[in-house]
Design a protein around this ligand. Structure first.
Ligand code: NAD
Length: 414
């Protein structure tokens, strides 16, 4: 039976805690979320009817600083998924050494079915409902699947209206006109490209010798593909929810972007052949970048994966069983909490800029991002070599230790 994302997150934590010999009571503290909020709220649709939506905000851990994590709009959002995503955020912020805890939020909705007007009303009401959690020093959301800079602007405006003054630091991933950071839009994909290049170098492969398939062509997938293409990699496969495409000679990303801009999907692109989602994941390439959703690389798929390097741009794309299979095949896997951390790193830069009302140059932001990603990769890689363990276990060990140490030193209240 397929595990839920929450079962996967807890299993990954349990295995890491076991390997680290983490104290039993600390395991109990860290394996559950600290706070969970469920909201059911009405939204008036354009045709005058009222629909009730369900949303969540979960704070897994706020020991190291304010809660941080994205907002997802997707029909499959549920409490367990949000819990898993919030736990992964705690490990990610700790691994990257940025002073945040972990959180996640979401609304059960297909944003593609709503008009802009309806989406704005939904966002403003959801922001109001979860405002008991959210604030520049308590909980700072960001974009995730199905949300974007415009969603963040509505969210920021709503909280600002409640307080009577502009509150840019309440959310990150905003448009630059209202306190967003240069480089935030590309940050997650930029980080993915950086760690992919590092992992290729470790394998002794030149970027020009690397063939890459990317699943998902949203914010993270499209930027990852574009930047890997610029680094000289050959992008052979791409996909989104509407279909997958393959061209063993390489897809010209700039040309594909013209098709994507007019059609809103990679499917149907004349410069490649149509394939299935499974064929994309198991195609003949060196690097596989899952950049869509959880649970894509299951045991069944992993058995047929041909890539030698998997870079988890999405959160939780690989089940623990698939992880084992890939490991057994000698496939290197860069885990999500490291691979896609570029987004939260630049969100941190955005928050710092907003609090100081002092904005940085894009070159400085990209250079600092590169530094943090490179340092984190080297630390994780070093520990995995030293302990003869996987990059995931090494990353978890570093991250969980940091949260555990912070918990110990703060002590248990009261
Ligand atoms: P997005 O909404 O911009 O894009 C999601 C993409 O996945 C779309 O192209 C969609 O068509 C595609 N997709 C959905 N279901 C699919 C399927 N079954 N097969 C193939 N493609 C499918 O979302 P995003 O922000 O790019 O997020 C993607 C992943 O990256 C998520 O796991 C998210 O949690 C993670 N992530 C995002 C950020 C960020 O800054 N946006 C940061 C860290 C991690």
């Amino acid at each position: 039976m397929e595990l839920t994302a929450w079962q996967v997150a807890q299993q990954q934590f349990d295995e890491a805690a076991e390997e680290m010999g983490l104290d039993q009571s600390m395991r109990e503290v860290l394996r559950v979320p600290q706070r969970e909020l469920i909201v059911n709220f009405p939204v008036r649709m354009d045709n005058g009817t009222v629909r009730v939506f369900t949303g969540y905000r979960v704070q897994h851990n706020i020991t190291r600083g304010p809660a941080k994590g994205g907002l997802r709009y997707h029909p499959a959002v549920n409490l367990d998924e949000v819990r898993a995503l919030s736990m992964w955020m705690s490990w990610k912020t700790a691994l990257m050494g940025i002073p945040f805890g972990g959180a996640k939020g979401g609304v059960v909705v297909d944003p593609g079915e709503l008009t802009q007007n309806e989406l704005e009303h939904l966002t403003r009401r959801y922001a109001t409902e979860i405002s008991v959690f959210v604030g520049p020093h308590s909980d700072i959301p960001a974009p995730d699947v199905g949300t974007n800079a415009q969603t963040m602007a509505w969210f920021m405006d709503t909280l600002s209206m409640h307080h009577g003054y502009s509150m840019p630091a309440v959310i990150t991933g905003k448009p630059v006109q209202v306190g967003g950071s240069l480089g935030r839009l590309e940050a997650t994909g930029r980080g993915v490209a950086t760690v992919t290049a590092k992992a290729l170098a470790r394998m002794g492969v030149e970027p020009s010798d690397a063939t890459v398939a990317v699943q998902g062509f949203g914010n993270v997938g499209s930027i990852s593909a574009m930047l890997l293409h610029r680094k000289g990699c050959r992008i052979v496969g791409l996909s989104d929810v509407k279909g997958a495409i393959w061209n063993a000679d390489g897809i010209d990303i700039d040309d594909l972007m013209k098709h994507f801009s007019s059609q809103g999907t990679v499917a149907g692109y004349a410069g490649a052949q149509a394939i299935t989602n499974r064929e994309l994941l198991t195609g003949d390439c060196l690097v596989l970048v899952p950049a869509a959703l959880e649970n894509q690389l299951t045991a069944d798929v992993a058995n047929d994966v041909r890539a030698r390097l998997v870079v988890e741009a999405a959160n939780g794309p690989t089940t623990p069983e698939a992880d084992e299979i890939l490991r057994g095949k000698g496939c290197v896997l860069v885990p999500d909490i490291l691979a896609n951390a570029g987004g939260v790193v630049v969100s941190y830069f955005e928050w710092v800029q907003d609090l100081q009302a002092f904005f940085w140059e894009e070159t400085d932001i990209n250079a600092r991002l590169e530094l943090l990603m490179t340092r984190a990769f080297d630390t994780v890689e070093g520990l995995s070599t030293e302990r003869k363990t996987t990059l995931r276990r090494a990353a978890y060990s570093i991250a969980v230790n940091k949260v555990a140490e912070a918990t110990l030193v703060r002590g248990i209240y009261p």
